[in-house]
Design a binder for this molecule. Structure first.
Ligand code: PLP
Length: 408
């Protein structure tokens, strides 16, 4: 029997669920209308988009008009940050003022680079909050960093590399309290891309004004996502054009993708509780087995406050890229660093932010589980991992030790 490939990179992307695919199919061809057109083709597409909006609103516990469909979390995060800043700058009252943004050092690059760019341009001041050794930020650090000109706080719900969970609801509560006394309310955004499948993302409970997510992380299609925008939030569109999505996101709606996103949310809502339990048990089994059976291993990030699907390890005396390639040759797909930054040889900014040495950050492997993961796959994975590590440690251990000692 041919060896079946084992996919352990669900944090990078997930396959489209069969039910989701079936629901999407007619919208590629028969029901191809532009959701903005007034004729029956357009109305059919608009109805399907509305149904997806209803599913999303039900899931996030908000109203339909608060759902803005985008092309994914990168766009949602850009819209959240730049849209809030643009609205601030459009207000004559703010002429000549520089607002302040609070974020963290270990956000996804689409948040981090957006903030760094705006800061470089001189459009905003930015505070990058530290993350502690357990991979979690402190709500008290958020409070301490707030200034009179703080406009926006953008903090991810679950980190994409180490899966650690941030105290979003706690920060939300804190802000609700502080905002009562402020004339200009601080806007709170969370990138919940890695959280939606596993945690309660009720926007009211979290206390957020803006929330980003992406369909392809929840068994929906790539190229579809959304931004929750609480009614009354001061935000404007960042790309100019049509008045789609309540004039917040110009461009013809990706109705097929949106239908897929809506269905993926529905499927998730029905199965979430059961899946979370199953995946968490498998992850705990994996972590325990790897830490026990493989010497020179550490788990990165808190063991308890992490996403049910994430295990991020550092292995001594190996290099993550080589590990990844050897595993791939053995039919196993995992990841080192974030999906978007792997391919570059610089160590992960997330792992360095936790205080890992470059050699520890280089020897990291993210194993992310999903709804199709089985215990059998994990058993095979650990067996193969042990063999690959043995091989690599023999070859690279001494070379790497010498390399890092020269760098010191
Ligand atoms: C936390 C987080 N934010 C944003 C993104 C970007 O999402 P998208 O691929 O939908 O642009 C990702 C994808 O890896 C992510 O994990």
């Amino acid at each position: 029997m041919a060896n079946k490939k084992i996919y352990l990179d669900y944090a990078a992307t997930t396959p489209v669920d069969a039910e989701v695919l079936q629901t999407m199919l007619p919208y590629f061809s028969e029901e191809f209308g532009n959701a903005s057109s007034l004729h029956s083709f357009g109305r059919t597409a608009a109805d399907a988009v509305f149904a997806a909006r209803e599913s999303a609103a039900h899931f996030f516990k908000c109203s339909e008009e608060e759902i803005i469909f985008t092309s994914g979390a990168t766009e949602s995060n850009n819209l959240a940050i730049k849209g809030v800043l643009r609205a601030y700058n459009k207000n004559k009252k703010n002429k000549g003022k520089i607002p302040h943004i609070i974020t963290t050092v270990f956000e996804h690059s689409c948040v981090l680079k957006t903030c760094q760019k705006l800061e470089k341009e001189g459009s905003t001041e930015v505070t990058y909050l530290p993350v502690y050794a357990d991979g979690i930020i402190k709500a008290s650090d958020v409070e301490k960093s707030i200034k009179e000109n703080t406009l926006l706080i953008s903090i991810m719900h679950v980190n994409n590399e180490i899966g650690t969970v941030q105290p979003i609801a706690q920060i939300g509560k804190l802000l609700a309290h502080l905002n009562e006394k402020r004339e200009e309310k601080i806007i709170f955004h969370t990138d919940a891309t890695q959280a939606v499948a596993y945690f309660d993302t009720n926007v009211k409970r979290l206390g957020v004004d803006l929330l980003s997510m992406s369909a392809h992380k929840i068994y929906g299609p790539k190229g579809a996502g959304m931004l929750y925008v609480k009614k009354g939030t001061k935000i404007t569109q960042i790309q100019d054009g049509g008045a789609q999505e309540f004039a917040l996101r110009a461009g013809t709606l990706n109705s097929t993708g949106i239908v897929g996103l809506g269905k993926a949310i529905e499927v998730l809502e029905k199965s979430k509780k059961k899946e979370v339990k199953k995946i968490k048990e498998l992850r705990d089994y994996l972590i325990k087995k790897v830490l026990k059976e493989i010497p020179g291993t550490r788990l990165n990030g808190s063991r308890s406050k992490r996403s049910p699907n994430n295990a991020n390890f550092s292995f001594s005396d190996v290099e993550g890229e080589s590990l990844l390639l050897y595993l791939d040759a053995d039919g196993i797909a995992a990841s080192t660093g974030s999906a978007c930054s792997s391919g570059s040889l610089s160590p992960s900014h997330v792992l360095l932010a936790l205080g890992l040495k470059p050699e520890q950050a280089h020897g990291s492997l993210r194993v992310s589980l999903g709804k199709y993961t089985t215990k059998k796959e994990l058993v095979i994975f650990v067996t193969k991992l042990k063999k690959v590590l043995e091989k690599l440690r023999k070859v690279s251990g001494e070379i790497l030790k010498e390399y890092y000692s020269k760098k010191k």
